[in-house]
Design a protein around this ligand. Structure first.
Ligand code: IPE
Ligand code: IPE
Ligand code: MG
Length: 244
């Protein structure tokens, strides 16, 4: 681990890392267990990643917890996942407060149960003064849904705004301010586990110039050292942003 840390350039730490935590079901299946076993085992990988962020001084981390399209999974699987979220809320809040992280939930949370919605709102409220970093939880999140929602809100503002806004006001920052991630900087690095090479409707607007890191490791096996490997790989990239 120390050898890995030595390879890290502390002057080139990504500001915002986002993770597609994939491969939990397959991890469990490989062991002859129910998919939900994989979800339970995914908690340690989250803790490891948050610890790595803290050690490196990463300010923003977004975790893809449950996608908009995941609502199309069998009811039993969704129920298991929701039970797991609910069961882990109190411990997670403690952990997050210990790390002085602020929580922001992004996604269409109205599709979640009232109980879970209330917990998430409580979570955001209880951590709103924390200053060490921001943990963004993408729950019931889909980037296309987010973009459509922003578009509708902007249209409504212009139509009902009694002349306060016009089409000329729509620029990048105006649009960005209507996304769930308003005030959150663009993503620098997206990590996806489990060997899948796709974005699955995650942060489409925010990842316009993100670097991607794909690994075959299944999420429940992902540890701090793997996070460091991703950062080292990111630091080898030459980011041009369209310039030469
Ligand atoms: C990702 O793991 C987490 C959620 C979608 C909640 P999966 O459940 O997609 O695991 P695999 O990809 O089937 O192995
Ligand atoms: C993306 O994983 C969503 C989360 C990790 C929460 P999926 O497993 O749902 O993605 P696809 O269906 O393989 O693209
Ligand atoms: Mg998957």
């Amino acid at each position: 681990m120390n050898n890995l840390l030595k390879k890290i350039d502390y002057n080139n730490i990504p500001n915002h890392v986002a993770i597609i935590m994939d491969g939990n079901g397959r991890w469990a299946k490989k062991r002859g267990k129910l998919r939900s076993f994989g979800y339970e085992k995914s908690i340690q990988s989250i803790i490891d990643s948050l610890n790595a962020c803290q050690e490196l001084g990463i300010s923003y981390i977004t975790l893809y917890v449950f996608s908009y399209e995941n609502w199309n999974r069998p009811k039993q699987e969704i129920d298991n996942l929701m039970d797991l979220f609910y069961k882990n809320f109190d411990n997670s809040l403690e952990e997050v407060n210990k790390k002085k992280l602020k929580i922001l939930v992004i996604g269409d949370i109205h599709k979640l149960s009232r109980l879970i919605q209330k917990k998430l709102i409580y979570f955001m409220d209880k951590t709103k003064h924390n200053k060490s970093g921001t943990l963004i939880l993408a729950i019931s999140y889909g980037a296309r849904e987010e973009i459509l929602r922003a578009t509708k809100n902007i249209a409504e503002k212009i139509i009902k705004g009694k002349g306060k806004y016009s089409i000329k006001d729509i620029n990048y920052s105006f649009f960005q301010n209507h996304l769930y991630t308003k005030n959150i900087p663009d993503v620098d690095l997206i990590i996806r586990t489990s060997g899948e090479l796709r974005i699955s409707n995650f942060l489409l607007w925010q990842s316009a110039y993100a670097e991607f890191y794909f690994t075959d490791i299944l999420w429940p096996d992902f540890r701090k050292k793997d996070f460091f490997e991703a950062i080292i790989n990111f630091q080898k990239r030459k980011r041009r942003f369209g310039k030469i």
